[in-house]
Design a binder for this molecule. Structure first.
Ligand code: GLC
Length: 629
């Protein structure tokens, strides 16, 4: 007979209790020593449908809060273009906002961290005092993948300085018609240059380990960020460049013109791919199963997650949101894993939940999406490091990064004309001269030289948007102290003649724009640009610097100029323009685009049978640094 049986029962219960406590403390998915696949399987086995659909939901920061994150198990938050915690918010303010949302996610039953994404497409461009690098068209002109990789690394540091681990970049569009409002987001009309510039991905994310499996997402540490190759696929090929419209091309043409950048992006371990608003041969990309699931996931073996564009599901129909429930069904079925809703998340969650419960969408599709999202989050260490601290705030806008941007500006400049016939070259300009004129709407305007996607989605006019150096200020810093620099935005020819300037620098171009707002059928520059060229160049020796996101109408005025420079959208470091104008560095840039004579030639790209450009793809005169003269 066992003596005192009650004690044995108590001991047994206490052993069971302590074991269960031990088990409760040990959750395999939270163990970083476990293989990622094991962590994914363990976590997935614990998740409810609600928690899984929450992971697939990305909402805009303006509708997010700790409570919303907790209640709906939201997997991701974003800043839309210009969406900031406060005007001119400090990095500390960004960090506390991101951490507030994260605390909400960590307080859920399973504590799955959310991932915060933002458009850092030419530096951390939403953020006050961040370094603003040249837009992609200018980087394409550098022909320097190593430089672009350094830009990626610098951008990652500045993004992390604000507590954010994910960027919707790079745009690897192949713009085939400069009438497209997003052409400046494209590195080139040539897919080979776009492929080379995907080196920004290892800059952003880190170099993938040699033994990495192809297609597996990779982010190498807390000073790197998850990247996003966009917009899949053919966004730059729409008819007459109409944004979000239809790309008409056969499958071979799609693969050889618009797809190559994705091969390199996947080989470089890109973590996410964003779907294009556009259609391919009439089929909306957001509803294209064959290209998203069939080709990107099954053929190219992409194993990160596919994210929709902003209201991308809504725009499957025309008018948008016309049959949202059907759009949700089509988009998720096509293979979209995370939906940038970004506002009506309860409707999205409700629609998707119904589709699963009604067996319109199989659980296997939901599990594929969630596994991909968790794979990115586990691999990049988000479970181990979900919260940011202020230790890296000094990286934002650092002088070191500004020097990289200045180098990029120098290398992006394309010299299209240097001296009239039988004249000696005008560039480089002498630093010593009695009096010089600087003119034009873009000479002293930081907003104009940065372009769209800068502080605000559409960019801004003027000089108080952020920290940087205008081209005028750079010129003043570069010339000899005894040289008088006179600035007049739009002088008349009498003023120019009467002042007997040694020479003039005229800086004109396009006003900032983004996306559809930049679509243009006439491709003219902002007034009074052309009249400034006429007034100044008709009265004194002049070099014209064009600030634009693409080739623009310039042919009728070239004969009036002594020299012509394409500066694209240089960003905050205007000093790079002066460095080359005055010969501290030579011109090396090569045009990444065909420069047309008239818009009725468009579309016209290198390799076309009828090719009659003003300046051909790859054109760029060179100069040696002054000290070599
Ligand atoms: C925009 C753009 C996309 C951007 C997203 C989030 O509409 O198409 O490039 O990443 O929305 O701002």
């Amino acid at each position: 007979m066992v003596k005192y049986p009650i004690y044995w029962v108590a001991i047994l219960l206490s052993i069971c209790y302590s074991t269960s406590i031990a088990n409760a403390e040990y959750l395999k998915y939270k163990d970083p020593k476990q293989p990622i696949n094991a962590r994914i399987r363990d976590l997935m086995s614990r998740m409810t449908l609600e928690e899984k659909i929450g992971q697939m939901t990305q909402i805009e920061r303006s509708v997010a809060s700790g409570d919303v994150m907790n209640k709906y198990f939201i997997g991701s938050v974003l800043s839309g273009g210009g969406s900031v915690p406060a005007a001119k918010a400090s990095p500390e303010a960004w960090i506390s906002m991101v951490n507030e949302f994260q605390q909400g996610s960590l307080s859920t039953r399973l504590g799955i961290p959310m991932i915060y994404g933002i458009d850092a497409v030419h530096g951390h461009n939403n953020v006050y005092k961040a370094t603003i690098f040249p837009h992609n068209v200018g980087l394409g002109a550098t022909r320097d993948p190593e430089l672009v990789k350094r830009i990626g690394a610098a951008t990652a540091l500045e993004v992390r300085a604000t507590g954010i681990p994910y960027v919707f970049a790079p745009c690897i569009a192949v713009c085939r018609d400069p009438r497209w409002g997003r052409c400046y987001e494209s590195y080139s009309e040539d897919p080979k240059i776009v492929q080379e510039m995907t080196q920004i991905i290892p800059g952003l994310q880190g170099d993938i380990p040699h033994n990495s499996r192809k297609g597996v997402p990779f982010v190498g540490g807390q000073n790197k960020v998850a990247a996003c190759a966009k917009h899949y696929v053919g966004d730059g090929g729409t008819t007459t460049g109409i944004n979000e419209n239809n790309t008409v091309i056969d499958f071979h043409g799609l693969l050889t013109t618009h797809m190559p950048g994705y091969y390199n992006a996947i080989i470089n371990g890109v973590s996410t791919v964003m779907v294009s608003y556009s259609s391919w041969n009439g089929v909306k990309m957001h509803a294209n199963y064959n290209l998203i699931t069939g080709f990107l996931k099954n053929t190219l073996k992409f194993r990160g997650f596919v994210i929709s564009d902003w209201q991308g599901l809504d725009r499957i129909t025309s008018p948008p949101h016309a049959n949202y429930s059907m759009s949700v069904l089509e988009g998720i079925h096509a293979g979209i894993d995370m939906v940038m809703v970004p506002y009506n998340y309860t409707e999205f969650i409700s629609n998707l939940t119904s589709h699963v419960k009604d067996n319109h969408i199989p659980m296997s599709r939901i599990d594929d999406a969630v596994q991909r999202i968790l794979r990115v989050k586990f691999q990049m260490g988000l479970f181990e490091h979900p919260l940011a601290d202020n230790s890296q705030v000094h990286q934002l806008g650092s002088q070191e990064h500004r020097e990289i941007a200045r180098e990029a500006v120098r290398k992006s400049l394309v010299l299209l004309k240097n001296g009239k016939a039988a004249e000696k070259p005008m560039l480089p300009l002498p630093k010593k001269a009695p009096k010089i004129l600087v003119a034009g709407s873009h000479a002293d305007n930081l907003g104009n030289q940065c372009g769209g996607w800068t502080i605000e989605w559409q960019g801004l006019d003027g000089n108080n948007l952020t920290q940087g150096t205008t081209i005028l200020k750079a010129i003043k810093k570069t010339v000899d102290p005894k040289t008088e620099v006179v600035y007049q935005e739009n002088p008349d020819s009498n003023f120019v003649k009467s002042n007997k300037f040694s020479y003039a620098i005229v800086v004109v171009g396009e006003r900032p724009y983004a996306e559809t707002f930049g679509d243009s059928l006439n491709l003219t520059i902002a007034e009074p640009g052309y009249s400034t060229i006429k007034n100044v160049c008709g009265a004194v020796k002049c070099v014209v610097v064009v600030i634009s996101g693409r080739p623009v109408v310039i042919e009728p005025y070239v004969s009036k100029m002594n020299a012509l420079v394409a500066a694209w959208l240089p960003g905050s470091e205007g000093q790079g323009v002066a460095d080359v104008l005055f010969g501290d560095y030579g011109f090396t840039g090569k045009s990444p685009r065909t420069w047309f004579k008239t818009v009725d030639q468009l579309p016209m790209n290198v390799g076309d049978p009828h090719y009659d450009p003003l300046f051909p793809f790859g054109f760029g005169l060179t100069t040696k640094p002054s000290k070599d003269y």
